[in-house]
Design a protein around this ligand. Sequence first.
Ligand SMILES: [Zn+2]
Length: 174
Amino acid sequence: MLHPAEERAQETYYDVLCVEETASYEEIRAHYKAAVLRSHPDKLSSKQAIGDHQVVQERFLKIHKAWEVLSDAELRAAYDRHLKGLKSGPSVYADEIELKDMSVSDCGDAVELIFPCRCGDNFSITLDELEEMGFLLDGNRVLEGQDVSDLAPVSVTISCSSCSLMICLRIDST
Ligand SMILES: [Zn+2]
């Protein structure tokens, strides 16, 4: 199950520097400089508590790290991809099924194995696709004499054509 509270993204480097994800290098630099001025440990007066110093120190390191990544085009691109991955959430596996659980559907030019998804649509994979992965099948049975235990992956992920659910199809030689 998904828990909205846990799903909420952590503070990103963009949040740390208070910039939009679409911000230009110039904007990011300006915000970085402002953030550094605001939170530089040297700005702390000696009257402040030790605890405050630690918080400020951590904040400063965070700002510096954010700048290091966002000021570098390559690192920033990689970080953006990482963020995108977080937003799309973890893969949702509805079920783990076996070949025999799938029904065979011959739709003319391709033979498909289908399994109903709870959204009403189907998970489907064609025999051709499975053959490309090295599995020779006769309908929903592995052709005899084939030792699929040597093949990797023996688990195939199939996504629903309508929703974001996926199932894990386990292919065993027995
Ligand atoms: Zn579905």
